[in-house]
Write a protein that binds this ligand. Sequence first.
Ligand SMILES: NC(=O)c1ccc[n+]([C@@H]2O[C@H](COP(=O)([O-])OP(=O)(O)OC[C@H]3O[C@@H](n4cnc5c(N)ncnc54)[C@H](O)[C@@H]3O)[C@@H](O)[C@H]2O)c1
Length: 414
Amino acid sequence: MDTLRYGFVGGGFITAFQLRAVEQVRGIEVTGLTSRTPPEVLATWARDRGLGPARVYESVAAMAADVDVIVVNTPNSVRVDTMEQIAQAVRDGGLRPRGLICDKPLARNLAEARRVLELAKQIGAPTAYFENQIHMKVLQTARAQLEPVIATMGPLGLARSAEEHAGPHSAWFWDPTQQGGGVLSDMGCHCLAVGWYLLTPPGRDPRFLEPVRVSADVGLLKWGRSPYREQLLERFGVDYRATPAEDFATGMVTYRNPDTGDLSKAQFTVSWMYDKQGLRLLVDGLGPGYALEANSLRSPLEVFVGDAAAASVADAESALEKATASQGLMAIQPNEADLYGYVDEQRDAHAAFVAGRSALLDFDYGYDIVRLTMAAYLSAEEGRTVDLTDPATLATLDSYVPLIQQGRGQEVLR
Ligand SMILES: NC(=O)c1ccc[n+]([C@@H]2O[C@H](COP(=O)([O-])OP(=O)(O)OC[C@H]3O[C@@H](n4cnc5c(N)ncnc54)[C@H](O)[C@@H]3O)[C@@H](O)[C@H]2O)c1
């Protein structure tokens, strides 16, 4: 087993989750971490678990000579800047990466995504676009179980994917100009990928089905209202009266099978106003004579904490990501890093990099997901279905920046 030395850029929420995943994967040494604020707590955590030396570096340039794989986990607004730093480290001769990982989304819009692709080509390493949900064991197991059925009966006709929770953990996610929008930019990318992948016949490339049209609608259903708008301002310093973003989005993508001409549809729903136990991923698929369904809130483990005992529970999120309650009947997920696909996306990327190739989902795939996200924003903005087979529409999308991303959300969400 080839051991690859990993260097993480950005030491926040997703890096913490990925370290919990890396703990369950062989062949990855956590060599370094660099972030705006030195990520000492994460580094200590990684060292304590024997994941590697986990040294804290001042910069990408300082870390470059010591690592084989760079993981880009910085906020969306500094995605291009982080990639520029990596490309510079390669030009300076210190870095010879065997792999480059970027977590979702690849970028905030297609102009930025193109720059990320250009820089990745300059860097010259195989890539992995991290869309964890594609790698979820429940999803992969359902596809494996249904493979002979799909071969006999035909592929799925409809896929539905939803991701919902009560709202993100860092201020920059709420700020549409920094993050790229609201929940459609943040979580729509997951559901767009899941829908596309579920409809794709097993064994085919993840981009086999051709996206032909997108329709979407967005809304601001909780966080634009009083007193929640004021709570947001107080907690994160983000003013949704001046620069609102959507906290709900839904839509439909139609795909065409290039072999048969058959059309299939993927519906997505995302929200930051899901005030239930915590993060819920809901997926279902319908094919001729068969179906699948998964709900991440269903756990074989339930814990009940009554009012009298609740004072002793300190951290609601020890039960579940984004949990907002620490009493009552709680769904507990003992291994969320595995449940959400973080473990298997790491395994897939590691195996690919050792073999000198890109992962199942590469940066080009990430680019296509940005295009679907942009098409969804355009559809919601203009109240029309966006035709992805029309060259003029594709040219529009190339330079399109959604009004919400520009900080002009009032014009869309009024
Ligand atoms: N796959 C998933 O489900 C998932 C979940 C959460 C986040 N993400 C993605 O991961 C990325 C990071 O999100 P997060 O939740 O970890 O954010 P976060 O706010 O928790 O952490 C961001 C980290 O980046 C650091 N940082 C900020 N600016 C920097 C800069 N210029 N240079 C170096 N470091 C900088 C911060 O200090 C912080 O440690 C985002 O692109 C987000 O979309 C993916």
